[in-house]
Design a protein around this ligand. Sequence first.
Ligand code: 5GP
Length: 190
Amino acid sequence: MQLLEERIRRDGVVRDGDVLKVDSFLNHQMDVVFFSELAKEFERLYHDCGVNKILTIEASGIGIACITAQTFGCPLVFAKKNKTLNIAGDVWTSKVHSYTHRRVYDIIVSKDFLGPNDRVLVIDDFLANGAALTGLIELVEQSGATLVGCGICIEKAFQPGGDMLRSKGIRVESLARVKSMSVENGIAFC
Ligand code: 5GP
């Protein structure tokens, strides 16, 4: 999506360790008017799929997922990163290795909010190694819901997550795909 690529070129900052900072519009300050353009694109891609629930993971996915849910006219559920060891039986749960925080989280969603009648679009801000999406997809599978696909703002296509998920037959739509990036040479898109 050209609009997003232009925004990343203008405002994105490449950090060592293959991290792209987009704090000025996506991850810290949120340009919600811009988000509605991204959400319209997700809606164009998935409009005929009967989506009735958006799923994301806290915290940085919530903003774009919220605006996307508004565009689809359906609820958003976000998986919580569980901090306690005792997990009650009324939740779906899986594990996620956080790329940015370099630790493993248990993630949970209440069984009240995800179940067999749901057709789920998973939304997230970034796709890197695919751990976050894999954990979310596990929750969808446990719940008996139908996974319609995934909508990603920025896929770092030089990392393996996108290929890994697509090779399993999962539909992954990314609005911007970064082919390469470095502090010295900047960002190139696929
Ligand atoms: P994955 O689980 O696919 O390895 O990483 C996805 C998650 O890590 C996203 O939810 C996002 O929050 C975070 N993430 C991965 N790479 C980046 C990055 O380059 N920049 C930022 N800001 N977040 C990232």
